[in-house]
Design a protein around this ligand. Structure first.
Ligand code: GLN
Length: 544
């Protein structure tokens, strides 16, 4: 195919309408028709990346293979498309300004006054076209964060306007995602907010080609006619997006509404084959018809906001479907672990995942939970900080090193079983300076990890500054907590597992980032299987 085509997705009326899911669903349909498709997210905030943001602010920070700390929507893109994203797929205002200011300091603007238009908008246009120019994609979908009319979105909207003009008809379109609220007092769906947001977009010189309407109730034919007429779009371009019970239903819902067909028509692209969703629908079928259920505790300090652990929750959905098991996740706040919580709650669960995290808050709760799990043979998966806490617990309670700790929590601890990595010691800046992205891990044969992965060399994504302190390795391994995965170049411990426990694994990396619908992560699949076995054993024991 000649040139890449561009789809811009804007949002109107309200935030949190799910632009990321709509973009990922459309991309899935286009991919299933045979188009090489990628998605990009432009975020209007000033942080250079979400790496420095507290999860309460913006949900989980998603990490790509190339070590970019990105918006959680990129996780949805990877999970839906099973294609890796990279730094180029997420751009923030902070990054745009940083790069323009660096160019100005290098003297690249030849004495000109540097302005929002054209310098910032040019930089945005360049970033949008970076993926298209790579030649790897037929279609690039660019999601513009925020809501039309926001002050901070203006440069993006102007860049889109210019690009639409430069690329010409049939090469770029705008999909506007909007809300059709239901007024219960009037018993009616209302189109006026959408008319206004389309008008706001028009004031910036952009005409929406397609309207995707988020709604709690079916849109009637009359309402669709009205939206088409007053928002200046074709009748077939009014797409209903009704609340779904799972995000994984949305591609099929968009297929039924013809979003892919109207998109291809506007881009003057052939329909090619009918979308091949055979495997996708097999997954959906298993997800919706589980034969069993397990209850897994997620112990963390950000449990009030489920977006903080988005990739973990999605990985459980993939692994649940693979096992034909419904995974019900029970949120347990690590700050409030008491003996009562252990006995009344944790003891009744089928497995526990101790979550990643930063800082001291809640760590003693995590350590106490892990001790309970270890002593009571409950299946355990520890991720990143969760793995580090398992090492500390073991050092304290099995080796008797009562003061064992991570230097992240106590820089003066006499037993720093978790310590700052050498490469981190001279780093002063917080942004983008952790050990990030994909690193190799050599898996020891005859280990549980080896049985799970079926491979001796794996690659997983990382986001941390601290590591298992090699000075304590011999002692810890001799007592039964084995390091079964090591970085082949540095020897850094990547996986630990308990020899005399049915299922107890801690990993320094984040397996959740790599779980997709097409490729559920083996560690999550095995963990869910272990929780099911444990549950079955428990009920057999009670029956006996
Ligand atoms: N705070 C720990 C570290 O920096 C763990 C990080 C994490 O859980 N992602 O090493």
């Amino acid at each position: 195919m000649a040139d890449t085509k561009y789809i811009f997705v804007t949002g109107g009326v309200s935030s949190s309408l799910g632009k990321g899911i709509i973009a990922a669903s459309l991309a899935k349909l286009l991919q299933a028709r045979g188009y090489k498709t990628t998605i990009q997210k432009l975020d209007p905030y000033i942080n250079v990346d979400p790496g420095t943001l507290n999860p309460y602010e913006h949900g989980e920070c998603y990490v790509t293979d190339d070590g970019a700390e990105t918006d959680l929507d990129l996780g949805h893109y990877e999970r839906f498309l099973n294609v890796n994203t990279s730094q180029a797929n997420n751009v923030t205002t902070g990054r745009i300004y940083q790069s323009v200011i660096e160019k100005e300091r290098r003297g690249e603007f030849l004495g000109k006054t540097v302005q929002v238009v054209p310098h910032i908008t040019n930089e945005i246009k360049e970033r949008i076209q970076l993926l298209g120019k790579s030649g790897d994609f037929d279609i690039v979908i660019t999601e513009i964060g925020g809501t039309v009319g926001d002050i901070e979105s203006l440069p993006y909207i102007e860049a889109v306007r210019q690009l639409m003009w430069e690329l010409g008809d049939n090469n770029a379109i705008v999909i506007h995602l909007t809300l059709i609220p239901f007024l219960s007092a009037a018993g009616e769906l209302k189109t006026k907010p959408t008319q206004h947001s389309v008008k706001t977009l028009m004031e910036s010189g952009i005409k929406a080609d397609i309207l995707v309407c988020r709604t709690e109730h079916e849109l009637s034919d009359d309402l669709r006619d009205k939206l088409a007429l007053f928002c200046n779009v074709k009748r077939e371009a009014v797409i209903q997006s009704i609340d779904a019970s799972t995000i994984y239903d949305v591609p099929n819902m968009m297929l039924d509404e013809g979003l892919d067909l109207v998109t291809l028509k506007k881009l003057a692209l052939p329909e090619q084959q009918e979308p091949n969703l055979v495997n996708w629908n097999k997954f959906l079928d298993r997800h919706k018809n589980p034969k069993n259920e397990v209850h897994i505790g997620l112990v963390g300090k950000y449990v009030e906001l489920q977006d903080s652990y988005k990739s973990i929750l999605e990985a459980f959905i993939h692994a649940g479907a693979a096992n034909e098991v419904k995974v019900t996740v029970e949120y347990i706040h690590s700050e409030y672990i008491t003996e009562k919580v252990l006995k009344d709650k944790i003891a009744n669960l089928d497995g526990i995942l101790v979550a990643p995290g930063f800082g001291e808050r809640g760590i003693e709760g995590k350590i106490r939970t892990i001790q309970y799990i270890r002593e009571n043979n409950i299946p355990f998966l520890g991720i990143c900080l969760g793995m580090q806490m398992a090492v500390i617990e073991f050092a304290r309670n099995v080796l008797g090193l009562k003061e064992a700790n991570s230097t992240e929590m106590n820089s003066g601890t006499v037993h720093p079983v978790i310590d700052l990595m050498d490469e981190q010691k001279d780093i002063t800046h917080m942004g983008g300076t952790m050990r990030l992205g994909a690193w190799k891990c050599a898996v020891k044969e005859d280990s549980m990890a080896h049985r799970i992965y079926g491979e001796t060399l794996i690659s997983e994504r990382h986001r941390h500054r601290y590591e298992f302190n090699d000075k304590y390795r011999k002692e810890i391994e001799a007592a039964g907590l084995k390091a079964t995965g090591l970085n082949p170049d540095t020897g850094l411990v990547e996986i630990v597992e308990l020899a005399d426990h049915p299922w107890f694994i801690g990993v320094q990396y984040h397996p959740e980032y790599k779980s997709t619908v097409a490729n559920p992560h083996p560690l999550f699949v095995a963990f869910v299987e272990a929780t099911l076995n444990y549950k079955t054993q428990k009920s057999n024991a009670t029956l006996a």
